[in-house]
Design a protein around this ligand. Structure first.
Ligand code: DAK
Length: 262
């Protein structure tokens, strides 16, 4: 399917969504959200996919935030709808059955940092920039920034970033735990693909179980979270990939994970 505001493609068993409004530094409007949701439908329908990568076209930005020229003209009710569509997108990304890597190759500001945080982890180029500059516009983060950021970097750092609106480098973002790894710009894509291929070689069901346990368990008390882990662990043990992984170990061969459910 062709999209106006994103590019969706697959490379083997890796899905790739590229934000594609380079003239506006890939700022997000309702059409972008709609396109990403449709691409996620395609991802979900394709059981051969093991990993999804989100990145930006144009070489300058991942996503420079929500589209300010759109927001300024929205009525309060339309803003509420836009806000809820962004929140739903974040929840859908977290609930996706395969891992998502944010490959941040430039500005990831406001809604851009928020979308990257809804991915499972973030790789960035040395020239990438992160921040929640909404305070400079007289507003606050509206797509999960005040909630996901403290969960990733702690309350104090999240408050400092949201209150000052500071834009930080990829290195600083890595130091505070927002970004997993930083690479020279010309190596970012290659390194992201390398990790995507590592994930793609694992069992589809166990990847999903890790994602569920960490995302859902993080907001539960420890006992409930460990209960969740127990259930997911048992399901993995009973899954075809679980049986294949253990058989392969005992037979001293590489596992061949098929990702099936029965
Ligand atoms: N929206 C619309 N257009 C944008 C944009 C944005 N966020 N960011 C950049 N652009 C456009 C610029 O207007 C410019 O367009 P032309 O003038 O060429 O037509 C083009 O992209 C290139 O930008 P610059 O000329 O400014 O490029 P520079 O290299 O000089 O500066 C910059 C790059 C990223 C530092 C600068 O563009 C900038 O500060 N951009 C705004 C960054 C920002 O404030 N981002 C946060 C936006 S607020 C909500 C949910 C979420 C949100 C809100 C509500 N609800 C659920 C209700 C999220 C809010 C945000 O993200």
């Amino acid at each position: 399917m062709a999209y106006e505001n994103i590019i969706y493609e697959t490379e083997g068993n890796i899905g790739i969504i590229r934000f594609n409004r380079p003239k506006a530094l890939n700022a997000i409007n309702s059409d972008v959200v709609r396109d990403v949701q449709k691409a996620l439908d395609e991802v979900e329908a394709d059981s051969s996919l093991r990993v999804l990568i989100l990145t930006g076209e144009g070489g300058k930005a991942f996503v420079a935030g929500a589209d300010i020229s759109l927001m300024v003209n929205l009525t309060p009710l339309q803003l509420r709808e836009f806000s809820s569509s962004l929140h739903e997108l974040g929840f859908r990304m977290e609930g996706l059955s395969i891992p998502i890597i944010a490959c941040v190759n430039g500005f990831a500001l406001g809604g851009g940092t928020e979308i990257a945080m809804a991915c499972d982890f973030i790789y960035a180029s040395e020239d990438a920039k992160f921040g929640q500059p909404e305070i400079n516009l007289g507003i606050i983060p509206g797509a999960g920034g005040t909630q996901r950021l403290p969960r990733l970097v702690g309350k104090g750092m999240a408050k400092e970033l949201c209150m000052t609106g500071a834009i930080i480098s990829a290195r600083e973002a890595k130091e505070i735990g927002l970004v997993n790894k930083v690479f020279p710009a010309d190596k970012l894509w290659e390194e992201t693909l390398k990790t995507a291929n590592v994930l793609a070689s694992k069992g589809r069901f166990s990847l999903m179980a890790v994602k569920r346990c960490i995302d859902r368990g993080f907001n539960l008390d420890l006992r409930a979270a460990c209960g969740l882990e127990t259930d997911q662990f048992a399901l993995c043990m009973a899954s075809p990939d679980g049986r294949e992984g253990m058989s392969a170990f005992l037979e001293k061969r590489k596992p061949d994970f098929k990702g099936g459910l029965s």
